[in-house]
Design a protein around this ligand. Structure first.
Ligand SMILES: Nc1nc2c(ncn2[C@@H]2O[C@H](COP(=O)(O)OP(=O)(O)O)[C@@H](O)[C@H]2O)c(=O)[nH]1
Ligand SMILES: [Mg+2]
Length: 462
């Protein structure tokens, strides 16, 4: 028996109880109890002195002499249970009054009301699932739409955890190799040449970069693909936005420079939800402060979007400024890795189609080419790619960990360049860092504030 003040007593948790179903009325409602007193609570509420684990039994749940409801009771004996502790699950009629009375009866028998996410947190603490999977519990409950649901299920089943483990294993292999040399300099372990190390580090990046790309796709799916319309003033960006929306939202005017700010609207393009962003026209002779700021914002949108649509005016022969400005925008998009779809707008004014360089002919006025444009945007976003990472649900916490792991790997490469032939120690440090960052996705060594932040997003009863 643990004495008061005995450090091992910290390991003993109290017993928690909460309704596991929403507070409405329905056929069934579930109350869950988890912790060392679950067995005693079963005895007190159900008269079951030794409930058979994992067997459903029909019992009258009581508080003292009062019958509360006839319930189906299931008892699990820890550690082989959903939370790793003794668990009692009572399925009653779905009435908020009954569930409240059951929770109160459990509290009278020694439980306390659970905090948000506390059941899942205990499952995590007891090694039933890692942190990535624990977040999958929340995700699958919140998921809207079949794709989001599949991705959340995959995460809950350990899909992301396996991908992270697979990306991490070779990091550890390389680290072990370097450490063996560092720890035993006299032994006959052949050194890794600089070029071999750079190559190994470059290979380590690949799976991490893929997971990060999956994050971008997932975000686009959740929040809508960010599609920004860029081009010179008067090319018809605002008109195209209206045409794609099927209604007038942006101001269209024959005078160039009408759109000085950016404007966002959600639309469905080829079945994908998208956020269309109208921007101020790109120019290199912006004169007033508002114009200059408008161009700067347009460039920021271009750098941050998922797909850029470069709108050219098919009714006008391109001049030197068009070429300069177009090149600058394409270079920026290329540097940021943003796909660009080029369209020639005002195709209704065009007599000679053959004169068009590559790109789609569209008309905001007649609607010509708009369906093809929507398909081209979806294709450019990689929405139809059957990439393996596609089904992985990657959240902001994972993204940060992946990005800092990549940074550590890139730092390791920089160490080799900076200190040829004397980098092993520092590279080992960077690899340890990358390894630890990836472990954070799984919750390894996660400080209490991280765990609290993760589980506080859950509702009570999960
Ligand atoms: N004929 C024709 N005119 C268009 C088309 N798209 C836009 N315009 C006209 O071009 C001018 C500039 O359009 P706007 O959408 O404001 O261009 P923005 O400055 O790029 O946003 C307006 O007078 C529009 O009516 C089109 O497809 N065909
Ligand atoms: Mg405009």
């Amino acid at each position: 028996m643990a004495q008061a003040g005995d450090p091992s007593e910290k390991e003993v948790t109290d017993t928690i109880v909460a309704p596991a179903t929403p507070a409405g009325r329905g056929a069934l409602g579930v109350v869950r109890v988890s912790g060392p007193h679950a067995r005693r609570i079963a005895e007190e509420m159900l008269g079951d002195a030794s409930p058979r684990p994992r067997r459903a039994s029909v019992r009258v749940a009581r508080r003292g002499d009062h019958a509360l409801d006839r319930v189906v009771a299931v008892f699990w004996e820890g550690p082989d249970s959903p939370t790793g502790e003794d668990v009692l699950e009572l399925t009653a009629h779905g009435s908020p009054e009954i569930l409240r009375a059951l929770v109160e009866a459990a509290c009278a028998a020694g439980a306390r009301p659970a905090q948000p996410g506390e059941f899942t947190r205990r499952a995590f603490t007891n090694g039933k699932l890692d942190l990535a999977q624990a977040e999958g519990v929340e995700a699958i409950i919140r998921a809207r739409g079949a794709r989001a649901r599949r991705a959340a299920y995959e995460r809950l089943e350990g899909g992301l955890s396996r991908a992270v483990a697979a990306a991490r294993a070779p990091v550890l292999d390389l680290l072990t190799l370097l450490e063996a040399r560092l720890d035993h300099p006299d032994e006959d372990i052949s050194p890794l040449p600089d070029s071999g190390a750079v190559e190994a580090l470059t290979l380590l990046r690949v799976p991490l970069a893929r997971l990060l790309a999956a994050y971008d796709r997932g975000r686009a799916e959740r929040e809508g693909l960010r599609v920004c319309l860029i081009g010179r003033p008067n090319a018809g960006k605002s008109s195209l936005l209206n045409a794609l929306l099927g209604r007038d939202r942006a101001i269209v005017a024959p005078t160039p420079g009408t759109t000085r700010d950016t404007l966002e609207e959600t639309a469905t393009l080829d079945g994908l939800s998208a956020v269309l962003i109208d921007t101020a026209g790109l120019r290199d002779d912006a004169s007033d402060a508002a114009e200059i700021e408008g161009v700067a914002r347009a460039e920021r949108e271009l750098a941050a979007c998922d797909v850029a649509v470069m709108v050219l005016d098919a009714a006008r022969a391109p001049d030197a400024a068009d070429a300069r400005i177009g090149e600058r925008a394409l270079a920026l998009a290329a540097r940021e890795g943003r796909p660009v779809v080029v369209v020639h707008n005002k195709s209704d004014l065009l007599r000679d189609r053959a004169a068009l360089s590559q790109g789609l002919a569209v008309s905001a006025r007649t609607g010509e080419g708009l369906d093809a444009l929507a398909r081209a945007i979806a294709a450019a976003a990689g929405a139809d790619s059957a990439d393996e990472g596609e089904t992985l649900l990657i959240g902001a916490r994972d993204r940060d960990a992946l990005a800092s792991a990549l940074e550590a790997l890139d730092g390791a490469r920089a160490e080799i360049a900076a200190n040829p032939a004397a980098w092993e120690d520092r590279v080992a440090g960077r690899l340890r860092d990358a390894h630890a960052r990836l472990g954070m996705i799984l919750g390894e060594g996660a400080p209490d504030e991280v765990l609290r932040a993760v589980f506080s997003r859950f509702c009570v009863g999960k």
